[in-house]
Design a protein around this ligand. Structure first.
Ligand SMILES: [Zn+2]
Ligand SMILES: [Zn+2]
Length: 256
């Protein structure tokens, strides 16, 4: 990891995540609203050990670029034929239940606290790799969507990853979604590309050849990651990689 230019470092501190203290109000809250596992609904944990044990890695070998399973090592047909902004996409796990269910609850059922176990999956994956990056950036939400949801799931995931593995994380608002886009899960692959084209902008200092790791919850066609990477490369990034909690293998419409 090369030292970041000072202007950039100021916008991307290594986050410190404090452990929630077991205060009396917290204990009381747990009594009144017991935690339920986001996978199976059992009471007690955010994501229980039985559900965690069902989380599967993407079966190797995977395409060097898109991270989908391939018959033999190398690039899949689509990646061998095309040119891409994201150098490589990896999913910490396969997009399947109970993880898919947990991600759905995290994003659409107002359970931001699930960033902790889901972010831990990213950190676990990253610890096993030898790749280095200079900067971590979350896929941004548009301000309107952020106001509706109350949190950006990718920001929360990136914060867990960065605090666990000590990487600088771009603060919210520096990398932006400049226009409203439709939910990708409702669209086909061609429409997905058009939906997010030119929707992102880097508002920080030039990226000066930095290697950037993009974080999102799920990769399906990779269109959102591509549009983000295009904006980051235009701002001077040297390379862009992407890591998501889950890698969906199905076609468009199978994952959020
Ligand atoms: Zn469970
Ligand atoms: Zn591929």
């Amino acid at each position: 990891m090369s030292p970041l230019p000072r202007a950039l470092a100021a916008l991307a501190p290594i986050p410190q995540v404090a452990k929630a203290a077991a205060t009396i109000p917290n204990q009381l809250l747990n009594l009144l609203f017991p935690t339920r596992c986001a996978g199976c609904g059992q009471m007690g944990e955010l994501f229980c050990p039985a559900c965690l044990a069902q989380v599967q890695p993407v079966p190797p070998p995977v395409c060097l670029r898109c991270g989908r399973p391939v018959a033999s090592a190398g690039r899949c047909e689509g990646c061998a034929a095309g040119q891409f902004y994201v150098s490589a996409i990896r999913g910490a796990a396969l997009y399947a239940d109970p993880l898919a269910q947990a991600i759905h609850r995290f994003k659409y059922e107002g359970r931001p606290e699930l960033h902790a176990p889901l972010g831990e999956l990213l950190a676990g994956y990253w610890r096993g790799r030898s790749v280095t990056v200079d900067l971590v950036a979350a896929v941004p939400l548009h301000a309107k969507r952020l106001a509706e949801r109350g949190f950006n799931q990718s920001d929360l995931l990136a914060t867990v990853l960065c605090s666990q593995v000590q990487l600088p994380c771009v603060q919210p608002g520096v990398f932006c979604r400049t226009r409203e886009t439709q939910q990708q899960m409702l669209l086909g692959s061609v429409e997905r590309r058009a939906n997010v084209q030119d929707a992102f902008a880097w508002r920080g200092p030039p990226l000066g050849g930095c290697k950037v790791l993009l974080i999102d919850d799920v990769a399906t066609t990779g269109s959102t990651l591509e549009a983000c990477a295009q904006a980051l490369l235009a701002a001077g990034a040297g390379k862009v990689w992407a890591l998501t909690v889950a890698r969906a293998l199905g076609g468009p419409g199978t994952a959020p």
